[in-house]
Design a protein around this ligand. Structure first.
Ligand SMILES: Cc1ncc(COP(=O)(O)O)c(C=O)c1O
Length: 444
């Protein structure tokens, strides 16, 4: 019997060959850390709706979903049409445009806490700017962040990360206070012990879009109260959860308004883009006032060649307007619910210790038992992390790829509005065969 690895190598000769060359061209042969895979990553050619194809002609049901950006699936006709029309009108007009006004209105229509917006080119830029705005607005230096929460790769965001951080100056750690995720008492202690706190930032469904969840409604409510009491800016990083946890993100789902929201991915309709939105008095720290004292001394500086570029603006507006007017989220959520219950049935039927949990269209798989309600997993975070690092999970990831399913990272299914019941059922068949292969390989 060939192993999962044997089958992976046999099915993907074109990817193997490209990776050999890529190793001489890119660090580690890849252009994004999560694409690093052994013995080689897969090379894709194109996608449509929920499916994509690799260079060897293999077809995949895609749950990477453009790292979460593609709530409308690959190459949605309305986005293709909008971008095609815009590209002949210009990709950068070096000026303000109607397209950016349409884009900000589409965001405001979905997220009531957003009064004003500044556009960026990525989520990393958005979280960097949110932290800077909070520091400038409050005149304070420190930012509270939750352990393991991901806010991109700039120096401040790397504090309390599960990744190494050579190249990040010690001094930048000094302005970050990392607390255990979901621990309201720890936040309260940090706020009481330090009067130099400008902001608190977090992923509002837990680290890695809910892979390591907390009791979201109560924790978020507690954070809202505590930050308001201490005059600290509350930042929800909704780069993944924005327009996905609900049309208005996690904040609308749970009914809690942050002061600032960071957005990327879905906000730009599958093109590069990011944004910081929120309270006008904070966002206006970037505003020119025509007063030299303010403009030259207090104002937060913000250039950026591709801020609000017209291509991302039309893709983002088209996407957000569809979310506002059609049952996009309902469909994606219903498909995710079907997937989640099917995965849990398979674990039970095959008597494999494992479960699927998650909310909306974000489903996470853990190869360990838990008696949680399958929405907010109650396993200790360290246990989830250790399980997700296991060789069984490596086998699961590769085996799913052998069986035509590509998941996000090592554990996540990001479901789109283009996945159908047929796609979900085919995914479940593939999952069952893969679990059997993982067991066959002696990894379970
Ligand atoms: C919650 C969160 N914040 C920020 C970022 C960084 O966004 P970008 O990759 O666009 O820089 C990500 C990226 O995945 C994210 O998941």
């Amino acid at each position: 019997m060939p192993t999962i690895l044997d089958e992976y190598v046999a099915k993907h000769p074109g990817s193997a060959q490209r990776y050999t060359e890529a190793l001489t061209l890119f660090p580690g042969g890849v252009t994004h850390d999560t694409r690093y895979a052994q013995p080689f990553p897969l090379y894709m050619t194109h996608g449509t709706g929920p499916r994509k194809w690799d260079v060897d002609g293999n077809e995949y049901i895609d749950y990477v979903s453009g790292h979460g950006a593609l709530l409308l699936g690959h190459s949605h006709p309305a986005i293709v049409d909008a971008v095609t029309k815009q590209i002949v009108r210009g990709t950068h007009l070096g000026a303000s445009t109607d397209e950016e006004i349409r884009w900000v209105k589409a965001i405001k229509a979905l997220i009531p806490s957003v009064e004003k917006v500044r556009f960026h080119s990525s989520g990393t830029e958005a979280t960097l700017m949110a932290m800077r705005l909070a520091r400038a607005y409050t005149g304070k230096n420190k930012i509270i962040k939750m352990q393991d929460h991901f806010h991109g790769w700039h120096d401040y965001a790397m504090a309390g990360s599960d990744r190494p951080a050579p190249g990040v100056p010690e001094a930048s750690w000094g302005t970050m206070i990392v607390v255990p995720s979901g621990d309201l008492n720890a936040v309260e202690r940090a706020l009481s012990n330090d009067s130099d706190v400008a902001a608190l930032i977090l992923e509002p469904t837990g680290a890695h879009y809910g892979q390591l969840p907390f009791d979201a409604p109560n924790f978020l409510k507690g954070l809202r109260d505590l930050t308001a009491q201490h005059g600290v800016v509350l930042i929800f990083d909704e780069v993944v959860t924005g327009f996905r946890a609900s049309p208005g993100g996690a904040q609308v789902l749970y009914g809690i308004d942050p002061d600032l929201t960071t957005m990327a991915k879905i906000v730009a309709g599958g093109l590069p883009g990011g944004a910081v939105g929120g309270r006008a008095d904070i966002i206006d720290m970037i505003a020119h006032r025509g007063d030299p004292d303010w403009d030259n001394t207090h104002r937060v500086y913000h250039p950026g060649t591709f801020n609000a570029n017209p291509l991302s603006a039309v893709a983002g507006s088209t996407c957000l307007e569809l979310i506002a007017s059609q049952p996009i989220n309902q469909h994606a959520d219903a498909m995710a619910a079907r997937l989640k219950s099917g995965l849990n049935e398979i674990f039970g039927k095959m008597e494999v210790a494992g479960h699927a949990h998650g909310i909306a269209s974000m489903i996470h798989v853990v190869l360990a038992d838990c008696d949680c309600g399958r929405e907010i997993c109650t396993m200790p975070h360290r246990q989830i992390q250790e399980t997700t690092a296991s060789s069984a999970v490596t086998g699961l990831k590769r085996g799913l790829q052998n069986n035509g399913v590509d998941i996000m990272g090592r554990d996540a299914f990001l479901v789109s509005a283009t996945h159908t019941e047929g796609d979900i059922d085919q995914t479940l068949d593939a999952f069952e065969s893969t679990l059997a292969a993982v067991r066959e390989d002696g990894l379970l």
